[in-house]
Structure formats: C-alpha cells, structure tokens
Design a protein around this ligand. Structure first.
Ligand SMILES: *Cc1c(COP(=O)(O)O)cnc(C)c1O
Length: 407
C-alpha cells in the first residue's frame, strides 16, 4: 500500500542521514578548490561532535549541502549526491504514496515555499504553450478562483500573463459551471486561448476545496488548451489523509502538477514548499546554467539540502499511519468546535474535510480577534476571521474563545 513511506526509528533515521552526509563532499579531507561553498562558520555554530552526534538535522545544517537544480532527472552536482538521494526519496513519497502517482513518473524538488512552487508551475505552462503551440504571450492566461492565494497575482505580474478569477459563492465558497464559464468567456473575449488553471486543495482563508470537474467540463467545452495545477500549499499534508482524497491525485489524468508546503501542516522549517509535476514538463523551465552540473530546472537556484532532510525525517518519524492519526485528531477537534459554534448560533464556514473554521465577522469584536489571534480575510474591512486547528490549538485553548464569544 505504501511503496516508499515507512515508519522509521530515530536510530534508523540517524544512520541514514549520517550515511548520506558521508557521501557528500568533505571540505576538511578532500581538495575541492572551485566551489563557492563550505561548512557553516565554526566560530558561530557549535560543531562539537558530542553535540552533533544525535542531531542529524543540525548536522546537515552545519554541513550545508547545496541542492541547486532538480535531482529527479538528468545529472546533478555530484558533491552533494548523498543528501540528494534522500530528497529524491522524499519526492517519491509525496508523489506516489501521498498523491497516488506511478513510481518514477514525476519530477519535483523542495522549493522555497508554496509561492515559488505555484510560480514554477505557471512558468512551465506558459513556456509549454509557447514552445508546443506557438502561443503568443497575450493568448495565455491564468485561471483560478477569487479565493486563490495571492501568489497567482505574483505569477501573473512576473510572467507577463493576464489572470482571470472565478467568483465563488460567498456563503459556501463553491464554484459552479456557470461561474467558471463566465470567467472563461471573459478571457476568450480578450483573445485568450491557453490556460494555466489553478485548482485549490484547501484555500488559505477558508480551507475550501474546489470541485475540479467544473473547470474540466467548461474548458473541454471551450476547445481551449489547458493545464491544471493543484495548489495544496496548505492542504497537501492534510486533505489527502482525510477520508476522501477523491479526484485530487495523480490518478486524475487532467492534473499535471501539485504544490504542497511542508512548512504549514507538516511543521517543517520554512523553505519547504514541495513542487511535483508529471515527467516531460519541467524541461520547459530549463535554464542552461553552464556552471551548474546537470543544468537547472528550478526557479530558485541555490537551496539548502537540510530542508529536504527535515521533511523526510518528519514523514519517516511519524510514518503513514501516524500521519493519518495526526489528521484524524485535528478532524475531531474541528468537528468539536463546529458543534460548539452551532450551539451558540455563530455563523461560520467549515469544509467537512478541513481544520480551518472561518467565523463571520459580525460575531467577532476587534478585541476578541486581537486577544485570540484570529486572522481576518481583509485587515482594512474584515468580513471573516479564521481559526486554524493546528497541533497546538487544543480544546483547552479554544474554550476561553467560546466563553468570550458567548458574552
Ligand atoms: C500559504 C499558501 C501559499 C503560499 O505559500 P508560501 O509557502 O507562504 O509561499 C500558496 N497557496 C496556498 C493555498 C497557501 O495556503
């Protein structure tokens, strides 16, 4: 059932990471004079063996491998091949064991975050339409919902392509054939024929999940070319572990790529956005980086190998069943909070497969919002405030909020 993802003990994880670091370059013993890299500054960072021997992540930070480039295809910098192997395994865990892809059929890398991974996807599709269909830049557009993350607007601005937003129902945050068609019609009127489509697997503000079929049906009817990217920056380590990952996996032939952020629900250090794409596409983002062995198919350039190690360690320590239990607990807490709010007559939005609960602002005074760190949809004029049921957001911490809302 799980091909790559196995629960490991702390000892097994330690052995594997230290073995990988031994495969990487050793700046102390080897004579490598031409790369602008070394260990972290030993005047500042403790490199004492007794301190490091039980700390594989900190050791990786100190040894500071550079995972520049994409390691799932072609060659990569051989100086860091040990830890690159662990990153490749991490990409397989995410693509195959979490998102039901076929083994070795996806490329991917650990990006700086969800923003980069989303821009990477749109960059690839823009170039794909230009390279394969001779599309003009003015004919290419981004299509996504109004609840999509603002990284889509960054992508539009940076890549010089227009963006069209589909309206959502303001109460249930859902799409429909009609709203998708109307955004698509507006784009076609402006001469757009090629679409990079972003489908949300849990939005940032509401935790809502787009029904991908509305996009597929309307785009197929329109006769336009399109490629679908799933933005699971928030939901990637959550939604696939609820009861129903449904249509949002690599089993869906209409989906080409995914973003999953390990630095949100997976509690990994920042710098762990995961980008995954079916084989045969990432080549469209190739920069012939002549000084990098194996060229560069990523947006970022130099990046810390320690980030990949951190995510791999987190997933292996918990194991796939531990992860299901983690999500199960957060689901139960969300249900508990939903019941309490309903009893109090407070209007809120919650998708049944999500741990975000978004309250209508009329029930929340500015004082409550600031006392409990509730995050508004709009800092100037809030309509909604969200509660994110993270690991540390326990029922004990929610009870005082409910008391405050009551009075
Ligand atoms: C957080 C988030 C992003 C952006 O991720 P960063 O890691 O902050 O760059 C993109 N999309 C969604 C849905 C998000 O929740």
């Amino acid at each position: 059932m799980y091909t790559y993802w196995k629960k490991k003990s702390h000892d097994e994880i330690k052995q594997r990471v230290f073995a990988a670091l031994r495969e990487n370059i050793n700046y102390n013993n080897q004579n490598v004079l031409g790369i602008p890299a070394s260990y972290l500054d030993n005047k500042v960072f403790n490199q004492d063996d007794s301190f490091l021997q039980n700390a594989p992540f900190i050791t990786t930070l100190i040894k500071n491998p550079n995972h520049i480039g994409c390691h799932t295809l072609g060659n990569s910098e051989h100086y860091f091949k040990g830890t690159q192997e662990i990153e490749k395994e991490l990409i397989e865990i995410c693509a195959v064991d979490i998102l039901n892809g076929e083994p070795n059929k996806q490329d991917g890398y650990v990006a700086s975050g969800g923003t980069e991974a989303n821009i990477q996807a749109i960059w690839i599709y823009r170039n794909y339409f230009e390279n394969e269909f001779n599309a003009k830049r003015e004919e290419i557009a981004i299509l996504c919902s109004e609840d999509s993350h603002y990284s889509m607007d960054k992508a539009s601005n940076l890549l010089g392509i227009d963006i069209y937003k589909v309206n959502v129902n303001q109460e249930n945050r859902e799409l429909s054939n009609e709203v998708v068609k109307s955004a698509l019609d507006a784009a076609k009127k402006d001469g757009k024929k090629y679409f990079a489509v972003i489908v949300n697997m849990m939005t940032t503000m509401y935790g809502s999940i787009d029904n991908i079929d509305f996009y597929i049906e309307e785009l197929e009817k329109s006769g336009c070319q399109f490629k679908i990217h799933i933005d699971g920056a928030y939901g990637g380590f959550y939604y696939p572990f609820t009861k129903n990952k449904g249509k949002l996996t690599f089993q869906n032939k209409h989906i080409t790529s995914f973003t999953l952020d390990a630095h949100k629900m997976a509690q990994a250090p920042y710098g762990t956005g995961i980008f995954l794409i079916r084989k045969g596409y990432i080549e469209h983002a190739n920069t012939k980086a002549s000084y990098v062995e194996g060229e560069d198919f990523t947006l970022i350039g130099s990046r810390s190998g320690a980030n990949a190690i951190a995510v791999w360690m987190i997933l292996c320590m918990n194991g796939p069943f531990g992860w299901q239990e983690k999500v199960f607990i957060l689901q139960r807490r969300s249900e508990w909070l939903s019941v309490q709010l309903r009893d109090l007559g407070i209007a809120f939005y919650n998708h049944a497969m999500s741990n975000i609960i978004t309250l209508k602002s009329e029930h929340v005074s500015p004082k409550i919002a600031s006392n409990f760190g509730l995050v508004p949809d709009n800092h100037e004029k809030p309509n909604w405030y969200k509660i994110v049921l993270m690991d540390h957001v326990t029922i004990e911490k929610l009870m005082p909020l409910l008391d405050a809302l009551k009075s």
